[in-house]
Design a protein around this ligand. Structure first.
Ligand code: IPM
Ligand code: MN
Length: 353
C-alpha cells in the first residue's frame, strides 16, 4: 500500500509520542514493503497560539486528503480554569470528529499479563478482561444546542434515528466478529433519547440473530465494569456515557498510557491514544508511547493489514515482558527507559523480525 498519513502531534506530550508513532509506522512499512508519506498539521492549543483556531481549515484539508490521521493529544492547562475562554483546544478535537464525520469511536480495553498487578482492581477480576467500547462520537450533548448565561445553562442531548442506527450497526458488526455479546448502555429509565436508542436496538436485533444483545443502564454499567469486567464483550453507547465509561475502562489495564483508539465514519479515520496531553510531563521523556504505538497497529488493521498490526502487538508485548517500560509501569529497580528509548527498542525489535 502507498500510505498518505496526516500527523497531528498537538499539545503536551503529544509531539513526543507522535515521533514514536511515526517511527513505528515507518519501520513496519519498511518491513512489509509499503510506501508512506507524512503530512504534518497543527491542532489544539498549538494551533490556537499560531493561528487562533484549534482545527484550522488547512489541517482539515490535510486530514481529508490523507488515508488516515495519526493523532496524539490536545489540551493545555492555561485554558482549563478559564470558563470565559472563547476558544479551547478541545474544540479542535470535536471539530475534527464532526468535520470528518467520525461517528464511531472504538476503544478496546485489554490487559497485559505482566502488568496485571498494576491494575487498581484485583488480579483475578481483570485477568482475561478484553472488551470494546464503541462510543458514538458526533452527536448527543457535546454537539447539541447549548445555552449559557449567568443564571441558566443547558446542553441538549439530541439523537436522530439515522445517527442511532449507524452506530448500533457498528456495535452489531464488531460483536459478530468477536464473542457475539453486545451490551447497549443507556439511561432509558430516565432519558427520552435513551428510550429511542433502546427502541431502535430492539428493532435491529432480529437482523443480527447471531449476536446476543442485552441492555444496561449506564450507572449499573459503571459498577459492573469494575465488579466484573469480563462480563463485557462489546459495549455500544452514546457520546457522553462513552466518554465517561472509557476513562473508567482505561484504568483496568493498569495505565492509561497503554490504550489506543480508532475513530471511524464517513471520512479519513483517526487513530489516537485515549490518554490526553498530560501537560505536566511535557518534554520530560516519561510519557508511555505504547497507546500511540498500538494506535498505529489499529491503523494497519483498519486497512486489513493484519500481519502488520500483529507484529506491532508482538513487539509491544515483548517490550513489556522484557521490562522495557516507562516509569509508571516499570518494576522496582528496573532499568530506566523514557518515551524515546521505549520507542527505539520497539523499532529495533520490529527491524530484527
Ligand atoms: C476524549 C476526550 C475528549 C472528549 C475531550 C478532550 C474533548 O476526553 O477523547 O475522550 O471528551 O471527547
Ligand atoms: Mn474523554
Amino acid at each position: 500500500m502507498n500510505f498518505k498519513i496526516a500527523v497531528l502531534p498537538g499539545d503536551g506530550i503529544g509531539p513526543e509520542i507522535s515521533i514514536v508513532g511515526v517511527n513505528i509506522m515507518s519501520a513496519v512499512c519498511g518491513k512489509f514493503g509499503h510506501k508512506v508519506n507524512y503530512e504534518y498539521a497543527i491542532c489544539g492549543a498549538d494551533a490556537i497560539d499560531k493561528v487562533g483556531n484549534p482545527f484550522p481549515d488547512s489541517t482539515y484539508q490535510t486530514c481529508k486528503d490523507a488515508d488516515a490521521v495519526l493523532f496524539s493529544a490536545v489540551g493545555d492547562p492555561k485554558f482549563d480554569n478559564d470558563p470565559t475562554a472563547k476558544v479551547r483546544p478541545e474544540q479542535g478535537l470535536l471539530a475534527m470528529r464532526k468535520q470528518l464525520g467520525l461517528y464511531a469511536n472504538i476503544r478496546p480495553v485489554q490487559t497485559f499479563k505482566c502488568l496485571l498487578h498494576k491494575s487498581p482492581l484485583r488480579m483475578e477480576l481483570v485477568e482475561g478482561a478484553d472488551f470494546l467500547c464503541i462510543r458514538e462520537l458526533t452527536g448527543g450533548m457535546y454537539f447539541g444546542e447549548k445555552y449559557q448565561d449567568n443564571d441558566k445553562a443547558y446542553d441538549t442531548n439530541m439523537y436522530t434515528r439515522p445517527e442511532i442506527e449507524r452506530i448500533l450497526e457498528v456495535g452489531f458488526e464488531y460483536a459478530a466478529k468477536r464473542n457475539k455479546h453486545l451490551t447497549v448502555v443507556d439511561k432509558a429509565n430516565v432519558l427520552a433519547s435513551s428510550r429511542l436508542w433502546r427502541q431502535i436496538a430492539q428493532e435491529m436485533a432480529p437482523k443480527h440473530p447471531e449476536v446476543n444483545m442485552d441492555y444496561m443502564y449506564v450507572d449499573n454499567a459503571a459498577m459492573r465494569m469494575i465488579q466484573e469486567p469480563k462480563f463485557f464483550d462489546v459495549i455500544v453507547t452514546e457520546n457522553t456515557f462513552g466518554d465517561i465509561l472509557t476513562d473508567e475502562g482505561s484504568c483496568i489495564s493498569g495505565s492509561m498510557g497503554l490504550l489506543p483508539s480508532a475513530s471511524i465514519g464517513e471520512n479519513t479515520p483517526v487513530f489516537e491514544p485515549i490518554h490526553g496531553s498530560w501537560p505536566q510531563a511535557k518534554g520530560l521523556n516519561i510519557a508511555n508511547p505504547v497507546a500511540q504505538i498500538l494506535s498505529v497497529a489499529m491503523l494497519f488493521e483498519y486497512f486489513d493489514l493484519i500481519e502488520e498490526g500483529a507484529l506491532i502487538r508482538k513487539a509491544v508485548n515483548a517490550s513489556l515482558d522484557e521490562n522495557v517500560r516507562t516509569p509508571e509501569i516499570q518494576i522496582e529497580g528496573g532499568a530506566k527507559y523514557g518515551t524515546k528509548e521505549v520507542g527505539e527498542w520497539i523499532v529495533d525489535y520490529i527491524n530484527r523480525q
